[in-house]
Ligand binder design. Structure first.
Ligand code: CO8
Length: 261
């Protein structure tokens, strides 16, 4: 659906509860040019506003999730251009989505590709996926979260190693580090990710959004503040019909039917 140049957007899963964004710029290994990132933002706006969508999956091709920001597009930029246009500001949309976003990574997830995956809530990888932050080899550094989200995800020594060597990290190693949640065979990755997204989408959307918000607060604040925030959000759940329904369904030994109210 939609009229995009660089991505395909579909609704899949039962009742179209999963929004699937496939990056589709095969000749450039899904290099993340400005137009592509803008289209991802537009698609996220639409899926976020669509109440039938409970979770979103972002994927690429079997060869590449994304081989980074578009090097050809940025090679001649000046400092004053990057600063005045606030270059990369359009990437922030991915990390402000309130619905759960899952990355299904096959092939290369390098530079901005790795950073895009890290903006998602869960990363699943195909067996041959490769992660990396090769910006250092281009005379720059990761500019959309690679030094920050990667360090929080895997710790200092591993993050430094990846950022300073530019080496590619195979999926199996990325899973050991905790960057990736699970690995699937290449040809099953998208289906398996959609299945998990479908399961998540069947939860209360209110509870999903609140749980996501709470986990994200863990990255921003002290333990005491985070626990306080979590407790208040937990209290807030008792104002929802979904809490009544979820607990009644358990007691009545039936499947809950959440209405996101
Ligand atoms: N940008 C532009 N074009 C690319 C990119 C890229 N990042 N990656 C691949 N391509 C193009 C190639 O130029 C080539 O095009 P053409 O056929 O016209 O020459 C085509 O895709 C196929 O690529 P290769 O022939 O190189 O394919 P290989 O299978 O031989 O190699 C690699 C695959 C290893 C992935 C290789 O393409 C590569 O090293 N790519 C660059 C990886 C990289 O350095 N990524 C980091 C980019 S910098 C970045 O992401 C900064 C993020 C923060 C700022 C975000 C701002 C928007």
């Amino acid at each position: 659906s939609g009229n995009y140049e660089y991505i395909n957007v579909t609704k899949t899963g039962s009742n179209g509860s999963v929004g699937l964004i496939q990056l589709n710029r095969p000749k450039a290994l899904n290099a993340l040019c400005n137009g592509l990132v803008n289209e991802v933002g537009q698609a996220l706006d639409i899926l976020e506003a669509d109440s039938s969508v409970g979770a979103i999956v972002i994927t690429g091709s079997e060869k590449a999730f994304a081989a980074g920001a578009d090097i050809k597009e940025m090679a001649n930029k000046t400092y004053s251009e990057t600063y005045s246009e606030n270059f990369t500001q359009n990437w922030a949309r991915v990390s402000t989505v309130r619905k759960p976003v899952l990355a299904a990574v096959n092939g290369f997830a390098l530079g901005g590709g790795c950073e895009l995956a890290m903006m998602c809530d869960i990363i699943y990888a195909g067996e041959t996926a490769k992660f990396g932050q090769p910006e250092i080899l281009l005379g720059v550094l990761p500019g959309v979260g690679g030094t920050q989200r990667l360090t929080r995800a895997i710790g200092k020594s591993k993050a430094m190693e990846i950022v300073l060597t530019g080496n590619q990290v195979p999926a199996q190693e990325a899973e050991k580090m905790g960057l990736v949640s699970k690995i699937f065979p290449v040809d099953q990755l998208v289906n398996e990710t959609v299945k998990i997204a479908e399961k998540i989408a069947s939860n209360s959307q209110l509870a999903n959004a609140a749980a996501k918000e709470c986990v994200n607060v863990a990255f921003e604040t002290t333990l005491t503040e985070g626990l306080h925030f979590e407790k208040r959000m937990f209290h807030g759940c008792f104002a929802t019909k979904d809490q009544k329904e979820g607990m009644a369904a358990f007691i009545e030994k039936r499947k809950a039917n959440f209405t996101n109210e």
